[in-house]
Design a protein around this ligand. Structure first.
Ligand SMILES: NC(=O)c1ccc[n+]([C@@H]2O[C@H](COP(=O)([O-])OP(=O)(O)OC[C@H]3O[C@@H](n4cnc5c(N)ncnc54)[C@H](OP(=O)(O)O)[C@@H]3O)[C@@H](O)[C@H]2O)c1
Length: 326
């Protein structure tokens, strides 16, 4: 099969199309003939050598895909050759085939085609697990989503809004803020011009963010804690603004707040299976009835993975960038 790896760390040009042996379905696994995968920030870090795959995971990039089941391993029930599915991966999605633990396979949500479904597993699983399972966002609470026009952001805005939260979001241009508002954000904040702490303080009853979904890490740590409501939960999922920050414990303690940092990729397979099952139960119905829609910026052939990485690193996109194998 053809696959994309980064044999030497580097810029987008480091991505190389290689021929690899076809994967086989081990016990509890299914092989998918990949129709589409999608680009994640983590892929750009892996390409640069900063985010190695977890032990046992493929060197091939790609944390999600959609495709057709072509082999079923021992002990797998509920899936047959020819079924269409999408999957959360620890790696291996930038390829014509991938072996996936059956628990990480999900049916396509109703009304979404096979290619577009390749852009859903990572955003759906990340947003559901962090905002709802970990931070426990409730209807009527206020969510602050940083990077609202990105893949994660566009999904988080829609899902939280559909489930009754009031959504604040940051982005870096008026065009992107307009898209965020169209997706359901109640308050949009241009992070180049405005201080999100001040916006949280002056909008609504000013109680702050009950939950923050943060992609920036160190750069926003202090301001995120300032923006938190009493008993607010800050969930850090990205490090786009660095890894070491200073935490004002007195401020956090006074708010009885929580700071949580999580990674989906390194979780054990059983956790991922539980997250996928929860996504199918709670998120797919909202996608099927159109309350939450996939936002796809562009669809490129797998051979153009380097162009897709350039686009993401220039933040030229809104939503997801999809790569197709066919
Ligand atoms: N921990 C996990 O399990 C997990 C899983 C998935 C993703 N993630 C992380 O989640 C983040 C988003 O991933 P993604 O795939 O959605 O990437 P993405 O599509 O590139 O989104 C990132 C967004 O951040 C925005 N941004 C850049 N600087 C910003 C700033 N100072 N303040 C606010 N926003 C800013 C970018 O656009 P503009 O600046 O133009 O607005 C962009 O829209 C990444 O950091 C990724 O590593 C973590």
């Amino acid at each position: 099969m053809r696959a994309v790896t980064a044999p030497e760390p580097g810029g987008p040009e480091a991505l190389t199309v290689v021929d690899l042996p076809d994967p086989v379905a081990g016990p509890g696994e299914v092989v998918l003939d990949v129709a589409a995968t999608a680009v994640n920030r983590a892929d750009t870090l892996q390409r640069q050598g900063f985010y190695p795959p977890p032990p046992g995971a493929s060197d091939v990039l790609g944390l999600e895909c959609s495709g057709t089941v072509s082999a079923v391993g021992e002990g797998v029930t509920g899936w047959s050759v020819g079924d269409e599915a999408c999957a959360l991966l620890a790696g291996g999605g930038y390829a014509e085939q991938v072996a996936v633990p059956a628990g990480q396979l999900m049916p396509l949500p109703g009304g979404v085609d096979l290619v577009t479904s390749g852009a859903l597993p990572e955003v759906a699983c990340t947003v559901w697990s962090n905002v709802f399972m970990v931070a426990g966002l409730q209807p009527g609470e206020q969510l602050l989503v940083h990077g609202g026009a990105g893949g994660i952001g566009t999904f988080a805005i829609q899902l939280a809004s559909a489930l009754g939260a009031r959504v604040f979001t940051t982005a870096g241009s008026p065009e992107k803020l307009r898209v965020c508002a169209e997706l359901g954000a109640d308050v949009t904040i241009d992070y180049r011009e405005e201080d999100f702490v001040e916006v949280l303080r002056t909008h609504g009853d000013g109680h702050g963010a009950d939950v923050v979904l943060d992609n920036m890490g160190a750069k926003y740590l202090d301001r995120n804690v300032r923006a938190l409501a009493t008993e607010g939960r800050l969930v850090i999922i990205g490090m786009q603004g660095g890894v070491k920050g200073e935490l004002d414990i007195a401020r956090l303690l006074g708010k009885r707040g929580a700071v949580i940092a999580t990674s989906l990729r390194s979780r054990p397979a059983a956790d991922k299976a539980a997250i996928c099952a929860a996504v199918v139960e709670h998120v797919w119905p909202l996608v099927a009835d159109g309350q939450v829609r996939p936002v796809v910026h562009d669809v490129l052939p797998l051979e153009r993975a380097a162009d897709a990485h350039r686009l993401m690193e220039e933040s030229g996109h809104v939503g997801k960038i999809v790569l197709t194998t066919r």
